[in-house]
Design a binder for this molecule. Structure first.
Ligand SMILES: [Zn+2]
Length: 287
């Protein structure tokens, strides 16, 4: 799933390419894609795209009159790509594009096409008036991960009292971190993925805060080099894509614990005092 660096870099790309262009129409191509009824998408027609921003893993396409800052008459399309959705520049504008979920057609130039690979159809679009941060789906998001202060992070960690890997992926605690970044951040911070958030000492919180910042900055720098949103395999990784390979920091073998929907990848020497964690299908072969 695209995480904060991929979504933020994509928002910058789309802003550079489309800002200032008036919308001709928004066209849902799948019955479940549009999650809101009011306002109607026609209300956004003829308004110009002011900017494409992001909040956590959501893209925000803000349309309004005039240019410049936020206005109460602005309408914002909030787009969640989920696992397999992509928001692509559409020059062909064919009537039934493969995987097509929704399309924004502009008064001139290419369109923007939301596609989703596979059969799950979980990508979604919300059209919101006013401040989109005040309503679902953005209402319950924690602060964007790269903006959180050290002390607020410490407060949230203590209040949560859960495994730190799950904490980082929970969008109500911090917005924007997914499976790859959670693994990379904890490796960079030298913290066990299974450590309890309420038991991290102040040095560990310092390291975790620094690792969140540097891991997101590293991902963002790599993604800004690209012309389109990359795949997971394209993203910088010291552990997530290196299970069974030597840890770049210490040379120990990177291990994993596999779950149905995600994988915890870690380095025993860097993160767990050398301990190889149980329930680890990979470690059984590598021991
Ligand atoms: Zn290591």
């Amino acid at each position: 799933m695209p995480e904060l660096p991929e979504v933020a870099a994509h928002a910058e790309r789309l802003s550079a390419g489309f800002a200032g262009t008036p919308l001709a129409r928004f066209e849902p191509m799948h019955p479940a894609v549009l999650k809101t009824f009011d306002p109607r998408p026609a209300a956004a027609a003829s308004k110009a795209l002011k900017e494409v921003g992001h909040r956590g893993k959501y893209l925000l396409l803000r349309f309004g009159e005039g240019d410049g800052g936020h206005d109460t008459s602005d309408l914002t399309f909030v787009v969640h790509l989920m696992q397999a959705g992509r928001l692509r520049i559409d020059t062909k504008k064919t009537s039934k594009p493969r995987g097509g979920m929704a399309r924004w057609t502009f008064a001139e130039g290419p369109a923007l096409l939301l596609t989703e690979a596979g059969t799950e159809r979980r990508a979604g679009v919300w059209l919101l008036a006013g401040d989109p941060g005040e309503v679902e789906p953005l209402l319950r998001l924690g602060p964007d991960a790269h903006t959180i202060g050290r002390d607020e992070l410490a407060h949230r960690l203590t209040a949560a009292s859960e495994r730190v890997h799950g904490f980082l992926r929970d969008q109500s605690h911090l917005a924007g971190i997914g499976r790859l970044l959670a693994n990379e951040i904890l490796h960079s911070a030298r913290i066990s993925p299974f450590a309890n958030t309420s038991r991290l000492d102040s040095y560990a919180v310092d390291r975790l805060h620094a690792a969140i910042t540097t891991s997101i900055a590293r991902g963002l720098a790599a993604e800004r080099e690209r012309e389109d949103m990359g795949r997971s395999q394209d993203r910088p990784s010291d552990v997530h894509h290196r299970v069974g390979e030597p840890c770049p920091a210490c040379g120990d073998t990177v291990r994993s614990v596999e779950y149905r929907r995600y994988r915890v990848a870690y380095c025993p020497t860097c993160q767990t005092g050398g301990k190889v964690l149980a329930d680890n299908t990979t470690s059984r072969f590598l021991k």
